[in-house]
Design a protein around this ligand. Structure first.
Ligand SMILES: Cc1cc2nc3c(=O)[nH]c(=O)nc-3n(C[C@H](O)[C@H](O)[C@H](O)COP(=O)(O)O)c2cc1C
Length: 347
């Protein structure tokens, strides 16, 4: 048992989940501390090098959207061993999100439920921070919004400061009626507007699906992405579930509980697109073996968030080291060779 899991986590877990979250963020704002930890947390191995959207990455592990919603933690998080960071989701205007309580912990299942509802300080604050950021790894902020104009404006403002942009089509914690970009025609309009001026990588986060009707909708959305030369899809197995202990009676489930759904969705889309488009995966990855399965299912990169809460700051180093060992043990000389080699997913 390590210092974090043996000592820090039990103390943090005595507090409610949102307080822990706030405390965690405060801790990661101590940039000096994290710059000192850099050499301890770093793990370099050429077998882990890859690219996504034309951007070179030294590790396939990324920080998922949602941990650094307002682009405040970039300097510290870039010292943790990640190959890239996804701050955000940055919204066009400042918004509070849902009332508290809005995060719950399912400790036995190493999972979390959140109903944050996209709190954001807005795109102007994010822009200020991104202009002055110091990062040793590529940054792909996630942006959201409700109209073509809003999202296009956020894209134009942030793109010059970063390496690529991820579009978030829908937040599961916000009501579906606001989710107009789940309509393929609307997504097509949005992408064609952005394509008129974009210069860097563009990723689209396509929401998860758990039934055939939603799957059909996601495949239509992905078709629009392919036609509009989107550089990668972001996929996860998150799931909306009922939860009485938050203000809005439902949460978006993340962590170990969704690993199998994440792997299923990544594999399904990898096969449906014949591997033609890179997949940034997220959802339930805690160990190098989980990540290796995700890559074999068709992922190009693997993002984490909930594992940070349960495993602490060494998790990325352990993932990097473990994955490099697994790749070499099975005779792969690059990550790309292992992508999509799984024929079927065990039920
Ligand atoms: C507290 C929290 C906040 C999140 N906020 C966002 C968000 O703003 N935008 C987004 O696209 N995903 C958001 N997510 C989803 C994550 O990006 C990720 O897909 C999900 O947590 C599954 O990965 P994990 O099991 O490694 O946590 C959030 C997740 C959590 C736990």
């Amino acid at each position: 048992m390590g210092f974090y899991t043996g000592l820090v986590r039990p103390i943090l877990f005595m507090m409610n989940a949102e307080t822990t979250h706030e405390l965690g963020k405060w801790f990661f704002k101590q940039e000096y501390l994290w710059s000192l930890s850099r050499s301890y947390l770093k793990f370099q191995d050429e077998v882990l090098h890859t690219t996504v959207g034309g951007v070179n990455l030294k590790s396939p592990f990324g920080l998922s959207a949602g941990w650094d919603k307002n682009c405040e933690l970039i300097a510290s998080m870039s010292n943790m061993g990640f190959g890239y960071l996804t701050p955000g989701t940055v919204m066009p205007h400042s918004r509070e999100g849902n009332p508290r309580p809005r995060i719950v912990r399912y400790a036995k299942k190493q999972s979390l439920g959140n109903a944050l509802g996209l709190p954001s300080e807005g795109v102007e604050r994010a822009l200020e921070r991104l202009k002055h950021k110091s990062s040793s790894v590529p940054i792909f902020p996630s942006i959201g919004g409700y109209t073509v104009e809003e999202i296009d404006r956020s894209h134009s403002l942030l793109e010059p400061e970063v390496d690529g942009i991820e579009l978030s089509l829908r937040c599961p914690n916000v009501y579906d009626k606001e989710a107009s970009f789940m309509e393929p025609e609307n997504l097509s309009q949005l992408l064609s507007r952005i394509n008129d001026h974009r210069k860097k990588a563009l990723f689209v986060r396509v929401p998860s699906y758990h039934n055939p009707k939603d799957r059909e909708n996601r495949l239509d959305l992905i078709d629009v992405c392919l036609k509009n030369h989107v550089d990668a899809l972001t996929l996860s197995g998150t799931r909306k579930i009922e939860e009485k202990n938050v203000s809005v009676d439902f949460v978006n489930l993340t962590g170990k509980d969704i690993l199998s759904d994440s792997i299923r969705i990544v594999h399904d889309i990898y096969k449906a697109t014949e591997g033609k488009i890179p997949i940034k995966s997220s959802g339930g990855v805690f160990t190098a073996r989980d990540a290796f399965r995700m890559i074999k299912a068709g992922a190009s990169t693997v993002e984490i968030l909930t594992a940070l809460v349960y495993e602490g700051w060494s998790v990325v180093r352990n993932l990097n080291r473990g994955l490099a060992n697994l790749l070499r043990e099975e005779g792969y000389t690059s990550l790309q060779e292992a992508r999509g080699v799984l024929k079927t997913i065990a039920a």
